[in-house]
Design a binder for this molecule. Structure first.
Ligand SMILES: C[S@@+](CC[C@H](N)C(=O)[O-])C[C@H]1O[C@@H](n2cnc3c(N)ncnc32)[C@H](O)[C@@H]1O
Length: 234
């Protein structure tokens, strides 16, 4: 089991921005971005930033590591009473990470046109419907270098959980682990397929547990316990 535990400082950073990314997931994004080597000009790409909670984790990780550039893609559609784009820009500035992030304010499909940079870490957290997760993966994974990490957020959601097993059909990828609702994989033909199947099984168990209805206070205790067990047995 890898230790992606966020420090108190990183926890504070994560929680300074609204979003669904948990402390453990933020710790994973931070540590994985920090480990990006930047060699071969490999960059970090995220699809789906909303107000920038995941973005600040990736950006701070990169700043504390090799300073690989973070390309953060989100078309930022305006809601009724909020403008996620303005909030995102403010959040990045307040966190002191604007200098390392290039925001591509467009769809993932538009951003991929003309793209030619190698990617070392790809974080997919855009539209979770099957069609879009598949599209994001197919558009961006060809740019991932051998050994690149690809992380899928909300991997127990319908579209993601259906698409995820298909990724392994061609043999170019291996699953590495699960952090709360993120499943992360590596572009590699080496490594255990047994582990890949084990991680997929854990993701299924996580999904089943998510759908058990329990009263709220019990639910959050069971959720925490379940997540700790999944971390422990990986
Ligand atoms: C789940 S939210 C991202 C949450 C974010 N990672 C965080 O840490 O809070 C999904 C975001 O993806 C964006 N999105 C959805 N489909 C997209 C697409 N095809 N291209 C670009 N952005 C997309 C939405 O605008 C939304 O802000």
């Amino acid at each position: 089991m890898k230790n992606f535990k966020p420090s108190a400082e990183i926890k504070k950073l994560i929680n300074s921005v609204k979003g669904e990314v948990s402390d453990s997931e933020g710790g994973f994004l931070y540590h994985t971005a920090k480990n990006v080597t930047g060699k071969k000009k490999g960059v970090i790409v995220e699809i789906g930033a909303w107000e920038g909670r995941s973005t600040v984790c990736l950006a701070q990780g990169s700043k504390d590591g090799s300073r690989a550039r973070v390309f953060s893609i989100d078309y930022h559609q305006e809601g009724e009473d909020e403008n996620p784009h303005d909030i995102y820009v403010k959040n990045l500035a307040r966190s002191g990470v604007s200098d390392i992030v290039t925001h591509l304010c467009m769809t993932s499909e538009e951003a991929s046109k003309g793209w030619d940079a190698p990617i070392e870490f790809l974080f997919i957290d855009g539209n979770h419907n099957y069609k879009f997760v598949k599209q994001d993966f197919e558009l961006w994974s060809p740019f991932c270098v051998d050994g690149a990490i690809i992380a899928f957020d909300d991997s127990t959601y319908d579209g993601v959980k259906v698409f995820l097993p298909e990724v392994f059909n061609r043999g170019d990828y291996r699953a590495l682990g699960i952090i709360d609702s993120i499943t992360y994989i590596m572009k590699s033909r080496e490594g255990s397929l047994l582990r890949t199947n084990y991680i997929l099984l854990l993701n299924k168990a996580h999904d089943i547990a998510r759908h058990i209805s329990l009263p709220r206070p019990i639910r959050s205790i069971v959720k925490k316990l379940g997540q700790s067990v999944i971390q422990y047995i990986q």
